[in-house]
Design a protein around this ligand. Structure first.
Ligand SMILES: NC(=O)C1=CN([C@@H]2O[C@H](COP(=O)(O)OP(=O)(O)OC[C@H]3O[C@@H](n4cnc5c(N)ncnc54)[C@H](OP(=O)(O)O)[C@@H]3O)[C@@H](O)[C@H]2O)C=CC1
Ligand SMILES: CC(=O)N[C@@H](CCC(=O)OP(=O)(O)O)C(=O)O
Length: 344
């Protein structure tokens, strides 16, 4: 059994993580930290935990107790303060915020408008996308979980860029997210009346995930990738669907594209590519740790259209964190993780 602690336990990601961890056969949750609800039982806030083990929320004192592993489910800027202290005390850390995702901290500082105060720890952090960095994840004590939009986008594009089947220029990612992607904020803009029966684009041309997607795709493919990323707020609770447009290079056809995906994801337990012409839907992935990808060629325009779906709270956050935890501990990658979506 591995003792773990969850900090930021009452947010949407923290709650989902605790729910998934409760079914993990090798995990014992020793501490769940909340600044706002310290002293209360988790089940008083989230009644879905009534049948589970009683978890009393602890003070947010930066102490992870006896836990070997600490999951940080804090807003960006907060992990920046918490992670260095925990690493110094010898804890292994998996951070779910954006604070340690960049190789180039100046990109973080520019896109998040925050001065990075833990540059040394940032160098230590491994980008927790198992499909591409499994060996590094296996050998680190500090994993930085990718963003939800970024996981969905990078998994769709990386094999095709790496194999030279699409151009690194002119890519457009048109992504839609469920409202839980914004966190458990008490803001009018995320309330039922403002989001239900509505659909809107936001942060057009300047969403911070643009830089994370570009940096990782450039690093994986060895090309200078520049792209447009447009997020939208979808009136559903969970799920991300990204429709991606890319210019095909010479030699790109249904067979070579399927072959490139097979090369990188043939053995990946959670990334599934549908046969040419079949497209994923949110209900095929929501409730699971899967990323599902489909594609269609447009010979008339020379463009490839890719559709990629994840559950933002699972493969986009809590599930991928557990996948990284499993790899860091030498467990089966799938341990404790849902492989079949809810569908309904
Ligand atoms: N929602 C999603 O789909 C995804 C989120 N992420 C990332 O995961 C992290 C957590 O996200 P999410 O659960 O959605 O966010 P929430 O806003 O729902 O939860 C964050 C929690 O952090 C705690 N907290 C501690 N310090 C602060 C502070 N200064 N300001 C606000 N909250 C604080 C709060 O709990 P308390 O007051 O009880 O301590 C809060 O509930 C973020 O970094 C986010 O970017 C990553 C991928 C997907
Ligand atoms: C719908 C919504 O608001 N989504 C969030 C992205 C999710 C998130 O929390 O960002 P990270 O994945 O980087 O942690 C946003 O656009 O800011």
């Amino acid at each position: 059994m591995i003792n773990v602690s969850v900090i930021g336990a009452t947010g949407y990601v923290g709650e989902e993580l605790l729910r998934l961890l409760s079914a993990h056969p090798e995990v014992s949750v020793k501490k769940a930290v909340s600044k706002s609800f310290a002293g209360q039982s988790l089940k008083d806030l989230y009644a879905n935990f009534v049948p589970g083990k009683n978890i009393v929320l602890d003070e947010s004192d930066g102490d992870a107790g006896e836990a070997e592993f600490v999951f940080l489910c804090l807003p960006h800027g907060e992990s920046l303060k918490a992670a260095p202290k925990l690493l110094k005390k010898g804890h292994k850390v998996i951070d779910l915020s954006g604070d340690f995702r960049y190789d180039d901290v100046s990109l973080y500082e520019k896109w998040y408008n925050i001065t990075h105060t833990a540059k040394q720890e940032n160098q230590q952090a491994v980008y927790g996308l198992p499909e591409f960095f499994k060996d590094a994840i296996r050998n680190t004590d500090f994993a930085s979980n990718p963003g939800c939009y970024t996981t969905t986008s990078i998994l769709a594009l990386a094999p095709l860029l790496k194999e030279g089947l699409v151009s690194e220029k002119g890519i457009v990612i048109d992504a839609k997210s469920g409202v839980t992607g914004a966190g458990r904020k008490e803001k009018l803009a995320y309330s039922y009346c403002e989001t239900a029966d509505n659909f809107k684009a936001y942060s057009v041309v300047n969403h911070r995930h643009t830089s994370e997607i570009e940096e990782q795709l450039s690093s994986i493919s060895g090309q200078d990738v520049r792209l447009l990323f447009t997020p939208h707020l979808l009136p559903v609770k969970r799920g991300i669907l990204a429709t991606i447009y890319a210019d095909m290079e010479e030699g790109a056809d249904a067979l070579s594209i399927a072959g490139a995906y097979e090369k990188y994801y043939g053995d990946a337990p959670f990334t599934h590519v549908l046969p040419h012409g079949q497209l994923p839907e949110l209900k095929f992935v929501v409730g699971s740790n899967n990323c599902m990808i489909g594609f269609e060629l447009s010979p008339r325009t020379g463009k490839l259209v890719i559709v990629s779906c994840t559950d933002n709270l699972i493969k986009g956050a809590a599930g991928q964190a557990i996948q990284n935890f499993n790899i860091m501990n030498g467990f089966e990658e799938t341990l404790g993780l849902p492989q079949i979506a809810w569908y309904l």
